[in-house]
Design a binder for this molecule. Sequence first.
Ligand code: IVH
Length: 667
Amino acid sequence: MDNIKSRVDELRNILNEANYNYYVLDNPTITDQEFDAYLRELENLEAKYPEYDDANSPTKRVGGMVIDKFSKITHKIPMLSLPDVFNEDEIRDFDERIRKSGFNPEYVCELKIDGLSVSLRYENGKFISGATRGNGVEGEDITHNVRTIKTVPMIIKDNVSIEVRGEIYMGKETLAKLNFEREKEGLPKLQNCRNAAAGSIRQLDSKVAAKRNLDTFIYHLPNPLDYGIKTHYEALEYMKKLGFKTNPNNRLVKDINGIMDFIHEMGEKRDELPYDIDGVVVKVNDLEMQKKLGFTSKFPRWAIAYKFPATEVLTKLEDIIFTVGRTGRITPNAVLSPVIVSGSTIRRATLHNAEYIYEKGLKIGDTISIHKAGDVIPEVGEVKLERRTGNEKDFVMITNCPICNTPLVKDEDKTDHRCPNEKCPSRMINSLIHFASKGAMNILGLGDSVIEDFFNLGFIRSIPDIYNLYNHREDLVELEGYGNKSVNQLLDSIDDSKLNSLERLLSGLGITGIGDKTALALSKKFKTIDRLMELSVEELTNIKDIGATLANNIYSFFNDSNNIELINTLKELGINMEYKGEEEINNELITGKKFVVTGTLDFASRDEIESLIEKYGGSTSSSVSKKTDVVIVGRNAGSKYTKAMELGITIWDEEQARSIFKDLGEI
Ligand code: IVH
């Protein structure tokens, strides 16, 4: 038996090594036939002696494990992303900021691989789990699929317990082949390498993922100090030594000039690379320096992602159509022949105002460039004059509202055209949409298209109609797509909104110049709408951050007889008109999480930290259990710290907690 076990081990070693040489080093050491022969021998032994079966065996690379749903994995240290910068000046600012903090940093420049980030955990040298980034705190368990990625070692070359992070991606050629196959099968093509990689890793059946030929680059070691490592570059080398695939273009540079050189070189090399990149990542090399620079609530302060200039594509401007906003503002919109830009299909783009169209010299029928950087809204670039055929039509600005036909007005010092008719259906619909929106009254189930439908059906024509909607219950349940349940839910959420604190109503009323922030500041200061309605222009102008124009807007709004009537009607309908105190503020890292604070912290007392956590919607408890999400650990922390470690709970040390609360403006 022992002989068999040692042959099994030997075969696994041979196959792992061959796999590593082939996939990671791109330097095959045995032939495909030899590889297959060893693999078959191992498969036979494993089938015959199931006691030697092992999830990390090279025979498992082909997949076969099917899960019924993705479970969650909590990251021991949050998985942060990086702040994006879009030009060289912003990189210089980054460097200057660090220098101003008294450092003279070296940097590591890396390619920004366009895939999805992954965290890989190993215990005593063996692979145990793989997780996606998820919301940064909790990701999805994709272990079964990660096992099929050939460049992820199942056994690393040192018997350590370690977590490493990197990018899972799909190579350009793999995507091309996959799309070729999909087309033959009549399936829609996958739009880009990133979507293809993300879709492949989210397969329940690992056989499917195995066929997708995914790959990895590992670029981050979350706990470098545990391994006696002092710089990020050393961390990269250490991970490479352990058997991970690191990117051969990683480069240690002395200063900002080195960064710029790297960016220029890689910009040129970009198209030749066998995988997609969307920029360059710059990281401070010295880990002690990194630690001192710390984190904001979302990002490390010691790294940035430079995004290459937007990709540009050409398309045809088919038409220009106009929309009328809540305030009557007319927005011209480009109707485009659909094009894919940076992976998404674009059919419309805003043209802002008539002036913008004249400046660009757009004609209907023109070929124009469209660009889009990352997730940014697509923008119209320029007209390709050389593509003009003579059949293009001049753009003529409309003179009347496209919805109610009222002649448009143009405010003297402004470029915008406006429909002055307050009863313009489009203005009314958009005002109602604004009133019910998330930032204002937050009425669930009363979204844009529902409001539009109800408006057209005559159920909701004004704000008070929302609160009288229950009179139409019978009609509503008859509507297609509605039933008793959804109508009840909608009416309940309308009812709930009556209890909102004053600032929500104030934002919802749509007073020109009053956004969420001013609404909150005014509500906090004056507490009731009655008090706000009594204020003189002078009193309003005296308020911090409220200038003469805004003061006038507020004053005229509250002294307009229609608005006074509206507010009185809403009062009668039972809508709260008072400020109700601090609203819980949402924060990705805190809201909904269970915290334990232990040990002595310098930046605030334990009580203060606990009330901050509660302010951001987290809860606190005095003992650590499996249900705890985060343990904040100060000096001389004892058993709670140890327990948190044992349970694998996320731990924030003083510095991390301090920087999170600092960024929230709390300390
Ligand atoms: S470093 C704290 N390095 O880009 C370190 N990220 O916004 C965080 N990415 O979420 C990541 N290539 O998915 C790093 N060489 C690289 C990267 C890289 C791609 C992705 C990653 C991250 C996002 C940054």
